[in-house]
Design a protein around this ligand. Structure first.
Ligand SMILES: NC(=O)c1ccc[n+]([C@@H]2O[C@H](COP(=O)([O-])OP(=O)(O)OC[C@H]3O[C@@H](n4cnc5c(N)ncnc54)[C@H](OP(=O)(O)O)[C@@H]3O)[C@@H](O)[C@H]2O)c1
Length: 274
């Protein structure tokens, strides 16, 4: 293992798309920092912990840090940034992937739920950029990849806070891309505009057949493609269907075609649903 390898910092890496990013960035030669609230010592009700994801990174021969983080808490984000630079000395790619989707009509939910959505989906990525980007500027290079949703432009009535926060994240991407364009830090966004299987998403759809959902590996294609673009490729919000047309993302997938689907990790999700 080499200390010279590029480093990817990934929020929401305990399961789902974030876990897939960790595995595929490791395969591409990155050391990986896996961040989320679920740890082996403090698991949540859904399957997956940052420690389990970090072990997959190490199995691929890369260095991994598994650190608990609630992205809502700026002090925790600041401490994580210090720790990453102390221990690994760099952050080449930051992926703001952690998010929540709160169901319920706006007027029927307490306003605290709205603030929660804003804190996790908008302030979390903002805190991450706030504490990582100045060090990227200092290093003379860095890339931020924010993860949005088709809901940003296709309002999902019944969970409007999700639409609002993802639209805000896209605006934040464009603004930060503009502000940092002369400072060698690229900020871009992938808008995931079709269903990708993840433990978290499956949990919100009890009784729904999710076998035709796409494999999260398509998101790794998109993120690795962005990580390879020149630093002046910035401020862009790219729908994944558009990235597929550009040849950046493989053709259609279905999670049911993944080896082991139906037992292994997906069994965990089914157990939670019962
Ligand atoms: N799956 C889809 O079809 C789809 C479609 C459009 C967009 N997206 C976007 O893709 C991204 C990943 O979604 P997913 O389907 O993989 O979701 P998921 O399975 O629910 O995973 C969400 C991740 O975010 C973490 N997280 C949630 N709240 C957090 C907090 N306060 N602090 C730190 N980490 C937190 C969770 O870990 P802990 O619970 O351990 O903290 C988990 O690792 C999200 O941005 C989502 O909006 C997904």
């Amino acid at each position: 293992m080499s200390g010279d390898a590029p480093v990817a910092v990934i929020t929401g890496a305990s399961r789902g798309i974030g876990k897939q990013f960790a595995v595929d960035f490791a395969a591409a030669g990155y050391d990986v920092v896996c961040l989320a609230r679920s740890t082996d010592d403090s698991p949540t009700k859904l399957p997956g912990t940052v420690d389990e994801t970090a072990q997959l990174v190490r199995d691929a021969g890369r260095r991994a840090l598994a650190l608990p983080l609630n992205v809502q808490v700026e002090e925790e984000v600041a401490a994580i940034a210090d720790r990453v630079y102390d221990e690994l000395g760099r952050c080449d790619v930051l992926i703001n992937n952690a998010a929540i989707a709160i169901p319920g009509k706006t007027l029927e939910l307490p306003t605290s739920r709205w603030r929660l959505a804003m804190d996790v989906n908008v302030h979390g990525p903002l805190y991450m950029m706030y504490h990582f980007c100045p060090r990227m500027v200092q290093a003379g290079s860095g890339r931020v990849i924010n993860i949005s949703s088709g809901a940003a432009v296709r309002p999902e009535f019944g969970r409007i806070s999700y639409t609002v926060t993802k639209r805000a994240l896209e605006a934040l991407t464009e603004g930060m891309g503009f502000e940092l364009q002369e400072q060698s830090v690229a900020v871009n966004c992938i808008r995931l505009d079709f269903a990708v299987w993840s433990e978290g998403y499956a949990y919100t759809l009890p009784g729904v057949d999710t076998s035709e959902f796409e494999d999260p590996v398509v998101m790794s294609d998109a993120a690795l493609w962005l990580a390879r673009q020149p630093l002046d490729y910035t401020g862009k919000v790219l729908a994944i269907t558009q990235m597929r047309e550009m040849g950046a993302v493989r053709g259609n997938t279905r999670i049911a075609d993944r080896e082991g689907w139906g037992d292994g990790e997906t069994a965990g999700a089914r157990e939670v649903k019962r």
